[in-house]
Design a protein around this ligand. Structure first.
Ligand code: NAD
Length: 374
C-alpha cells in the first residue's frame, strides 16, 4: 500500500510524519510518497525523506496514488474527490464541529479517521494527539506570557534591589494547564491554579503550585476524566474568586474547556479592568469561545494596559517537536489499522471504531452519529 503525506495549508507549520516516522512506516512494508516540501516548515527537507526511502511527488500525484493520506488540517472537499474512492483519509478534521465536511465524507462513502476522536482510555494514551498538542500549547503559552510581560518571572536579589516573582494564575489544570504550571514554575513564577475536577488538585500540588478551591463543583465519572458543565451558581462563585485573584496576578493563563461545548467564561470584563496595567492574559480556549470575555481569537489586544492574547494554533509554533509527537501518536494508531503492509480495518477494536468518522456511507463514531441526528 502507498501512504501519502501532503503539504499542510500555509498557516500550519507542522507535518504529520517526519522522516523518522516515515522510516518506521516503510519498515512495515508500505510505500510512502511525500508532496514536495511538505516537511519544510518543520525543518524536514525533501532529501531527508528520500534518505529514509520515501519518494517526492506533486500534490496531484499524492492525492491520486495514495491508499491512505495522513495529514493534520482537514482537506478541501474538491481535493478529497481527487483521492481514490476506497482510500483512507486520516487527519484532525474536528469532525464534531465540522458537520459539512462530515456529511460530505459520508455522502461520498469515504473512509475517514479523525485523531481528535481517539478515545481517552489508558490503551489509547500513546495515540492521543490532543494530549500531545496540549503539552506543546501549555508550554508555549507561558513563554508567550513571559515575553509579553514587562517584568521578570523569577525572584531576583540584586545589588540594584530585589525583584519579587511574577504571580501566575492558571485556570484549568488538565494537560495544557499542568504543563503551563510546570513551565511557569521552572521560570520562577509564583503559581496558583484552579480546576473543577478534584483529581486535578493533587497534580497541581505535586507540581509545587497552590490550588485555589471553590466549593460545590459538579463532577461526573461518566465524563471519562473530563469536566462537565457547572451550575450558574458555581460559575458565579468561581468568577468572584478569580476576580479576587486576578487583581493580584501578573499573568493569567486560561485553559478551561468542556469537550463538545463552548468554553466556560471565567474572566469577566470587570476582572480584566481590575488587573494591574502590564498584566498579561493568554487564552488557550480562544478557539472554543474563550475563557475571557474580551478575548478575540487569533488576536492580541490591549485593554487598560492589560494584554489579552487569544491563542490560535500555537502548537504550530513549535513545529519540530510538535510534529515529532504527532508522528509518534500516528504510528501507534497506524499499528492498529495496518497489517503486513496493507490496510486492515477491524471495527471490533474500540480505538479503531471510536476514531473512525465514517466508513461505507455510515457514521461510525457514536458521537458523530448523535451529532448528525440532532
Ligand atoms: P480539556 O482540554 O477538555 O480541559 C482543560 C481543563 O479545564 C480540564 O482539566 C477541565 O477540568 C478544566 N475545566 C473545565 N471547566 C472548568 C471550569 N469551569 N473551571 C476550571 N477548570 C475547568 O481537558 P484535557 O486537559 O484534555 O483533559 C482533562 C483530563 O482528562 C486530564 O487531566 C486527564 O485526567 C484526562 N485525560 C485522560 C487521557 C487518557 O486516559 N488517554 C488523555 C488525556 C486526558
Amino acid at each position: 500500500m502507498t501512504i501519502g503525506i501532503l503539504k499542510e495549508p500555509q498557516e500550519e507549520a507542522r507535518v504529520a510524519l517526519l522522516p523518522e516516522a516515515v522510516k518506521t512506516l516503510i519498515s512495515w512494508g508500505t510505500q510512502v510518497i511525500i508532496e514536495s516540501d511538505a516537511g519544510l516548515s518543520a525543518f524536514a527537507d525533501n532529501p531527508s525523506y528520500v534518505a529514509v526511502g520515501a519518494s517526492i511527488k506533486s500534490r496531484e500525484e499524492v492525492l491520486a496514488e495514495s491508499d491512505m493520506i495522513c495529514g493534520i488540517q482537514p482537506l478541501l472537499q474538491e481535493e478529497i474527490l481527487k483521492m481514490k474512492p476506497e482510500s483512507v483519509l486520516l487527519g484532525q478534521m474536528g469532525a464534531l464541529f465540522n458537520p459539512d465536511l462530515t456529511k460530505f465524507l459520508i455522502k461520498e462513502k469515504r473512509t475517514a479517521f479523525s485523531m481528535e476522536l481517539v478515545p481517552r482510555t489508558t490503551r489509547a494514551q500513546s495515540m492521543d494527539v490532543l494530549s500531545s498538542m496540549a503539552t506543546v500549547t501549555g508550554y508555549k503559552a507561558v513563554l508567550l506570557a513571559a515575553s509579553s510581560l514587562p517584568r521578570f518571572f523569577p525572584m531576583f536579589m540584586t545589588a540594584a534591589g530585589s525583584i519579587t516573582p511574577a504571580k501566575v494564575l492558571i485556570l484549568g489544570a488538565g494537560v495544557a494547564g499542568l504543563q503551563a504550571i510546570a513551565t511557569a514554575k521552572r521560570l520562577g513564577g509564583s503559581v496558583s491554579a484552579f480546576d473543577v475536577r478534584q483529581a486535578a488538585k493533587e497534580e497541581v500540588l505535586s507540581l509545587g503550585a497552590k490550588f485555589v478551591d471553590v466549593e460545590g463543583a459538579k463532577e461526573d465519572k461518566a465524563a471519562g476524566g473530563y469536566a462537565v458543565e457547572q451550575t450558574p451558581e458555581f460559575i458565579q462563585k468561581q468568577k468572584d474568586t478569580i476576580h479576587e485573584y486576578a487583581a493580584k496576578s501578573d499573568v493569567i493563563i486560561t485553559t478551561a474547556q468542556i469537550p463538545g461545548r463552548k468554553a466556560p467564561l471565567l474572566v469577566e470584563e470587570r476582572t480584566v479592568l481590575a488587573m494591574k496595567p502590564g498584566s498579561v492574559i493568554v487564552d488557550l480556549a480562544a478557539s472554543s469561545g474563550g475563557n475571557c470575555a474580551l478575548t478575540q481569537p487569533d488576536k492580541s489586544i490591549e485593554i487598560n494596559g492589560v494584554k489579552i492574547i487569544g491563542v490560535g494554533n500555537i502548537a504550530s509554533e513549535l513545529p519540530q517537536d510538535a510534529s515529532k509527537m504527532y508522528g509518534k501518536n500516528y504510528l501507534n494508531f497506524l499499528k492498529l489499522i495496518i497489517k503486513d503492509g496493507e490496510i486492515n480495518l477491524n471495527f471490533e477494536d474500540d480505538i479503531v471504531k471510536g476514531t473512525c468518522v465514517c466508513h461505507a456511507g455510515e457514521a461510525v463514531n457514536s458521537r458523530i452519529s448523535e451529532m448528525l441526528t440532532k
